[in-house]
Design a protein around this ligand. Structure first.
Ligand code: 3HC
Length: 291
C-alpha cells in the first residue's frame, strides 16, 4: 500500500499542521476547505508555520518553497478521487463527520484509506458510515502537529490489520512514533491528559491556587513543557470541553465531569489562542472571579 497522494480535509490549526507534516515528508498534499475564506486561512497557517521554521534556521528558503509547492489547495472535494489516503480534520461534530465520510466513500477510489483526526469521537461509527469500514482508521495528531512526535493510530473491530500496519508504516515515514490504540473515548492521550487539565480548572475555581501558581507547579514541579492553563489555551477551551463531555458520556465517571469554569469561558467565547482570549490572553480569570 503506497501512500503518495494525500488529501487533508479541513485546514484549521490541526489540518494545516497535518498538511505540513505530509509535505515535509515529500508527499503530495491536496488540502480541502469549504470556501475561499477558509482556504485562505489554511494557506496563511501553512505559510506562518514554515516561515517560523525558516526564521529559526530549521528550513532553507528552498526547502520551504518545495514544501509549499507540494501542497495544492482546493474547495472541491471531488478533486480527492485519486488520493491514496484522506485525513479528515474538520470540527468535532459526529453528524458532520458521518456526512463527510459517506461523501468521501463515494468520491474516492476503492483502495483509498480514509482516516479521521478526531480527538474523541467514535471511529467505529465513522467507519460504519462508509462502504469500506476496513479501510477507515483514526490518525490522531497532537498540537502543534509539525512538532509533536507521536500519532495515535486508532483501530476498530472493523479495521483491516493490513491497513493498520500500512498506516503505522506511514507514520514512521513522517518521522513520528505510532502507537496503535483501541476505539474508546479519548483513546489513550486524551483519556489521561484531559481529566488532568479539567481538574486544574476545578482547582482554580476552588481557589486552591492562582492560574500562574498552578502552571508553575506543573512546569517546574512536574517538569512539563507547559502548565495546564497554557496547554488549555493551546488546545482550545472548546476542544477541551467537548472532549470532557465525550469522556463523561462514555464513562459516567464523575471525575470526568466538565469543569463549570471551562464551560463558562467557552460560552463567553474565550476559547484560547485561536480567539485571542482564554486563560492567558485577554483578561485571564483569577480564582476570585470564579467564586
Ligand atoms: N507550529 C509549528 N511549529 C511550532 C509551533 C507551532 N504552533 N510552536 C512551536 N513550534 C516549533 C518551533 O518552531 C520550534 O521548532 P525548532 O526546534 O525546529 O526550532 C519548536 O517547536 C520549539 O518551539 P519553541 O522553542 O518556540 O517553544 P517551546 O520550546 O516552548 O516549545 C512546544 C513549544 C513544542 C509547543 C512545547 O511547549 C510543548 O511541547 N508543549 C506541550 C504541547 C502538548 O502537550 N501538545 C499536545 C496537546 S494534546 C493534543 O493535541 C490532543 C488533541 O486531541 C487535543
Amino acid at each position: 500500500m503506497a501512500f503518495e497522494r494525500v488529501g487533508v480535509v479541513g485546514l484549521g490549526t490541526m489540518g494545516a499542521g497535518i498538511a505540513e507534516v505530509f509535505a515535509r515528508a515529500g508527499l503530495r498534499v491536496l488540502g480541502v476547505e469549504a470556501d475561499a475564506e477558509a482556504l485562505a486561512r489554511g494557506r496563511s497557517l501553512l505559510e506562518k508555520s514554515t516561515a517560523r521554521a525558516l526564521d529559526k534556521g530549521r528550513l532553507t528558503a528552498q526547502e520551504r518553497e518545495a514544501i509549499l509547492g507540494r501542497v495544492t489547495l482546493t474547495t472541491s472535494r471531488e478533486d480527492l478521487r485519486e488520493a491514496d489516503l484522506v485525513v479528515e480534520a474538520i470540527p468535532e461534530h459526529l453528524e458532520l463527520k458521518l456526512r463527510l465520510f459517506a461523501d468521501l466513500d463515494r468520491i474516492c477510489k476503492p483502495e483509498t484509506v480514509l482516516a479521521t483526526n478526531t480527538s474523541s469521537l467514535p471511529v467505529t461509527a465513522i467507519a460504519a458510515a462508509t462502504g469500506r469500514p476496513g479501510r477507515v482508521v483514526g490518525l490522531h495528531f497532537f498540537n502543534p502537529a509539525p512538532v509533536m512526535r507521536l500519532v495515535e493510530v486508532v483501530r476498530t473491530v472493523l479495521s483491516d490489520p493490513g491497513v493498520v500496519g500500512a498506516v503505522e508504516g506511514l507514520a514512521e515515514r513522517l518521522g513520528k512514533t505510532a502507537v496503535t490504540v483501541g476505539d474508546r473515548a479519548g483513546f489513550v492521550a486524551n483519556r489521561l491528559l484531559l481529566p488532568y487539565l479539567n481538574h486544574a480548572a476545578v482547582l482554580l475555581e476552588l481557589g486552591v491556587a492562582t492560574r500562574d501558581g498552578i502552571d508553575a507547579v506543573m512546569r517546574q514541579g512536574a517538569g512539563l513543557p507547559m502548565g495546564p492553563f497554557e496547554l488549555l489555551d493551546l488546545i482550545g477551551l472548546d476542544t477541551a470541553y467537548e472532549i470532557m463531555e465525550v469522556l463523561y458520556d462514555e464513562t459516567r465517571d464523575r471525575r470526568h465531569a466538565p469543569s463549570p469554569l471551562l464551560r463558562e469561558l467557552v460560552t463567553a467565547g474565550r476559547l484560547g489562542r485561536k480567539s485571542q482570549g482564554g486563560f492567558y490572553t485577554g483578561e485571564p480569570p483569577q480564582p476570585q472571579d470564579a467564586r
